[in-house]
Design a protein around this ligand. Structure first.
Ligand SMILES: [Zn+2]
Length: 222
């Protein structure tokens, strides 16, 4: 997004009203229990696009969340929003993530937030293995599955190397008398690479599909 006026064009939420049911209170973790305390609207000159600046009040803990949101200006009604502050605890899994990978991914991030480095590495390893299964990997071990997907070019070469490193780090954390303990910086990097891998495998294809559907609608009506 190179301009704030593009907010909403991804259309992650249906309708042209703010989906407060999707917003989690960053203070008490309650979902969707808000009233609008204040709303300011800035319209784009000579266009239908508008940016909404809402202050929401939580019905449970009475704290405030600032929400910047806007609707999509093409296709079926949809919108996107950003909140400040946001929950420190991760609550949402991208809807494109398949199960059980999504569950492992969420637990990896939560373990990191709770400073459980071994658990975070193990869950990241499980998330990668579940992703390999989802992509049709063959082989009885994670080692074989990674190589199989790399041979089929599902995994780019640098992602293959990284997946093997995570596999080895996971082995260290899984062994009860393993002396090597993962370091916080390494675990943080692992989760970042994990997010990139899943972005590439699951979110990018669905974004490209949306793009192509939109393009074909435009050519149909042209
Ligand atoms: Zn609250």
């Amino acid at each position: 997004m190179s301009s704030w006026w593009e907010l909403g064009n991804k259309g992650r939420y249906r309708g042209d009203e703010l989906a407060t049911r999707e917003i989690v209170c960053p203070f008490c973790q309650e979902r969707g229990n808000f009233s609008i305390d204040h709303r300011a609207i800035k319209k784009k000159p000579n266009a239908s696009k508008a940016l909404y600046f809402d202050t929401l009040r939580c019905g449970i803990c009475a704290n405030y969340v600032m929400v910047l949101w806007s609707t999509r200006d093409f296709g079926p009604p949809a919108h996107d929003f950003m909140t400040l502050p946001w929950p420190r605890r991760l609550t949402d899994v991208p809807k494109q993530f398949p199960q059980p990978m999504a569950r492992f991914w969420l637990q990896a991030h939560r373990s990191y937030a709770d400073e459980n480095w071994d658990a975070a590495v193990l869950m990241a390893r499980s998330a990668v293995q579940a992703a390999m299964h989802d992509q049709g990997a063959q082989g009885g071990t994670l080692y074989a599955q990674i190589n199989h997907l790399a041979e089929r070019s599902v995994l780019p070469p640098h992602m293959k190397e990284w997946a093997h490193e995570l596999r080895l780090l996971g082995n260290d954390s899984a062994h009860p008398n393993g002396e090597k303990q993962p370091k916080q910086g390494d675990v943080r990097d692992i989760l970042e690479f994990l997010d990139f891998l899943f972005q590439y495998l699951f979110i990018l294809p669905s974004d490209i599909k949306q793009y192509r559907e939109r393009r074909s609608r435009q050519t149909d009506t042209a």
